[in-house]
Design a protein around this ligand. Structure first.
Ligand SMILES: [Zn+2]
Length: 389
């Protein structure tokens, strides 16, 4: 890879700057020669009133902004390899998209800054490395650089590595914060469109259904001219989830809906029954893991491990142990009542507290409470054999 170091004034960089509000992308600069957001780049994520403001404040204070890297596609066409967030922030500021506070705490847009401050920004210099090389070489290198402050996440990296038609179309569908389907998707998927969380979910669901990894799937489809399969599968999963679980709950966010769909979609459910069971479990203070409620119900309300049922506290445990042990000693039998009724060497064994576990006499799933009246101590072996509460 060949590199040349050059210096540009901000004035040159933001000449012809265009920002696409809908997709949240900085598009062009350097009088049209610079593509700010090549398709393998992540979306612009500095528009948070902090990171973008910090870039402008740095310029006003005369701090250096760090190195910028351009990929030279040809003599008069460059792409931003690293520095897109900084350049887009500057371009958005100089075109009046946001303001910064002045020394008196008043917000100032670029146009309301005194001329000497405007000049200070426009004349600030950026150090740029121009790089020339094979696509694979540049991408490999791109993969290894971390953009200041916010490293690329896994999906952003995959988008860079497998850039092409498929990623472009998939990003238009799943990574566009202006997409009207976002609200519906947010019920099931955690995160934001801009950081590629919806695309990551869509890809991992379909890849899993084919027993592939996301990378396999992306490389197989890299040059496809459509994303029909990806989109249909994603919508199918979400529609299934919406048909089985009528109520929307925040605990649904981020579940492995693809796996749940694959495992349970051939079973039939009565949505009204499902709904009342889910509501009951979500309200049950003995259920520690509320996000496990959905699969618990889908799989027929059997596997209580999914719910992490609240266990007895130490006080109850000790209280119960002492009572049980005193009674057992008086009768000359084991303090584990299951050991006591079995005719083995442990028939009259007195276990220590640490050798025993608590057990619900009446299982939680059958309505048993988690208090001292429903607590018994069993030796660890018997407790395991009895299975989950
Ligand atoms: Zn026992």
């Amino acid at each position: 890879m060949k590199t040349i170091l050059e210096t540009y004034k901000i004035r040159e960089i933001v000449d012809g700057f265009i920002y696409n509000e809908l997709e949240g992308k900085g598009l062009f600069g350097l009088s049209g020669k610079l593509t700010i957001q090549p398709e393998y780049q992540r979306n612009y994520i500095y528009a948070d009133g902090k990171k973008d403001v910090a870039v402008i404040e740095s310029l006003l204070k005369g701090y250096p902004l760090g190195l910028i890297y351009f990929n030279d596609v040809s003599k008069n066409a460059f792409e931003v390899l690293d520095g897109q967030q900084r350049i887009t922030s500057i371009g958005r500021f100089t075109t009046g998209k946001f303001g910064v506070k002045d020394e008196n705490g008043y917000e100032q847009r670029f146009s309301s800054l005194p001329p000497e401050k405007q000049d200070k920004i426009m004349n600030s210099k950026l150090l740029v490395y121009h790089c020339e090389g094979e696509e694979s070489e540049i991408k490999e290198w791109f993969k290894t650089i971390n953009i200041a402050g916010v490293p690329l996440n896994e999906q952003e990296l995959l988008n860079a590595i497998y850039s092409g038609n498929f990623v472009t179309l998939a990003k238009a569908e799943f990574s566009n914060s202006g997409n009207p389907n976002i609200q519906k998707r947010s019920v099931y998927v955690k995160g934001t469109a801009l950081r590629q969380d919806f695309l990551a979910a869509a890809l991992s669901w379909i890849a899993e259904s084919k027993k592939q990894t996301k990378s396999n799937y992306m490389s197989t489809h890299r040059h496809d001219n459509n994303i029909t399969e990806l989109k249909n599968y994603f919508n199918t999963v979400i529609e299934w989830a919406g048909a089985v679980f009528l109520d929307v709950d925040s605990k649904m966010q981020g579940l492995e809906w693809g796996r749940l769909y694959e495992t349970y979609h051939t079973q039939s459910y009565n949505p009204a029954d499902v709904s009342s069971k889910v509501r009951e479990l979500l309200a049950d203070e003995n259920v520690n893991k509320k996000s496990g409620v959905f699969e618990y119900v889908l799989s027929g309300c059997i596997n209580t491990k999914l719910l992490e049922i609240r266990m007895f506290d130490d006080k109850t445990k000790r209280e119960r142990y002492h009572k049980q042990t005193t009674e057992a000693k008086n009768k000359g039998i084991s303090n584990c009542h299951l050991c006591a009724i079995e005719n083995t060497v442990n028939k009259s064994k007195i276990w220590e507290l640490k050798e025993m576990d608590t057990d619900h006499v009446t299982a939680w799933s059958k309505g048993g409470a988690t208090d001292v009246t429903n607590c018994q101590m069993l030796c660890k072996t018997h407790n395991r054999a009895k299975g989950n509460n």
